[in-house]
Design a protein around this ligand. Structure first.
Ligand SMILES: [Zn+2]
Ligand SMILES: [Zn+2]
Length: 371
């Protein structure tokens, strides 16, 4: 896509045919640029963004922990309206309020057919490059006034009028991921569940554990504001790791039996090992953290491999049906994600939003950027 070399003028519209976009400009460099508004070719749909948010993964990209092309538009979460519909796309009209998951599966490849939409390799894909995560990764993302939605017939989800952008924005990624961590753990009614780290995904995992019928949900973090939010999202007890020995406390709470499910939502060896220390025989570690480096398994807590433990990992499930299911939880008031939106910005203020989010300043959980 063509970009024009011109300083973006704040408070003014982009030149005709162009839009404002937040892009990865290099190591720890995020910039606001003018880019050409995308055009819908056959089978494609262009969305006009109304709201978007920043994800931890966008920060991983800025830190070069996940490689993308230079000048790639960032972002994979959004709410918007249909701006242009390409030839051959049916059932979708210009002006409809829509969204899609942050993973945008093709619906037809090996993994999609195996119900693993997040691992989609695309219709002609090869197995070396799995990944249903395309927006803001392999194609331009949602931190722009317009973007192309991949495989719209499979992903585009209409939003009922009674739901606001803020009601549904967080469903696209963190809710789908966090709730899937609880689903994949196969939490049973009455289980004790501990969630290690109460960032956005951990908070959604708490909501998921509540929906799955856990009897006691323990939220763990070092930040007291996040722990307060954990209670709002459904935690019964919170533990601050700066104040207590988390493993000892959880063992006490379980009558020294150990708990059924520990959800790792940070991606650190230390928390992974703590999960292993607190689950009982037959218990499950449900891992949604994104790891770098390596993770060692302490064999004494792994019963030398004879403990009937389960370790499952989860990447954000996508697709229209997934989004509709999550949306039904909001419509039926089973879940409210709005308390997680702590900061509001315009596209012109997006660089400041990144700065706050990157450094976790001002008790930020999730910022919303509106257009
Ligand atoms: Zn994300
Ligand atoms: Zn696929």
């Amino acid at each position: 896509m063509v970009a024009i070399k011109k300083e973006v003028e704040k408070g003014k519209k982009a030149p005709v045919g162009f839009m404002k976009a937040v892009v990865y400009e290099g190591h720890k460099q995020v910039g606001l640029q003018y880019k050409e508004i995308p055009k819908a070719e056959a089978g494609e749909v262009v969305i006009k963004t109304t709201s978007t948010t920043i994800c931890g993964t966008d920060i991983h990209i800025l830190h070069d922990e996940h490689k993308v092309e230079k000048n790639r538009t960032l972002g994979h979460e959004h709410v918007g309206v249909v701006h242009e519909v390409g030839e051959g796309v049916t059932g979708i009209k210009v002006g409809e309020r829509v969204m899609c998951g942050s993973c945008t599966p093709c619906g037809s490849c090996y993994y999609c057919q195996k119900n693993l939409s997040s691992q989609c390799i695309g219709p002609e894909g090869d197995f070396k490059t799995p990944g249903g995560w395309r927006l803001g990764n392999t194609i331009d993302g949602t931190h722009a006034e317009y973007f192309k939605m991949p495989f719209p017939q499979y992903n585009l989800t209409k939003i009922p009028d009674e739901l606001s952008d803020e009601d549904v924005l967080l469903l696209t990624d963190i809710a789908s991921t966090g709730i899937a961590a609880a689903e994949n753990a196969q939490i049973q009614i009455g289980d004790i569940v501990a969630v290690f780290a109460c960032g956005p995904v951990g908070l959604c995992a708490i909501a998921g554990a509540r929906l799955k019928g856990a009897s006691l949900i323990i939220g763990i973090d070092g930040n007291s504001q996040r722990l307060d939010l954990a209670k709002k999202m459904g935690a019964d007890i919170t533990l601050n790791f700066n104040e207590v020995n988390v493993v000892e406390e959880i063992m006490k709470l379980s009558g020294n039996k150990g708990i059924e499910v520990a959800i790792e939502a940070l991606g650190k060896e230390e928390t992974f090992q703590q999960c292993l220390k607190v689950i009982r025989r037959g218990g499950c570690i449900s891992s949604v953290g994104v790891y770098s480096g390596h993770v060692e398994i302490p064999i004494e807590h792994f019963a030398s491999g004879m403990g009937d433990h389960r370790i499952v990992t989860t990447l954000c499930p996508g697709g229209r049906e997934r989004m509709q299911q999550l949306m039904s939880l909001v419509i039926q008031q089973r879940m409210d994600l709005k308390p997680m939106i702590t900061h509001r910005f315009t596209i012109d203020e997006a660089i400041e939003a990144y700065r706050l989010f990157e450094h976790a300043e001002d008790q930020i959980i999730k910022p919303i950027i509106t257009f």
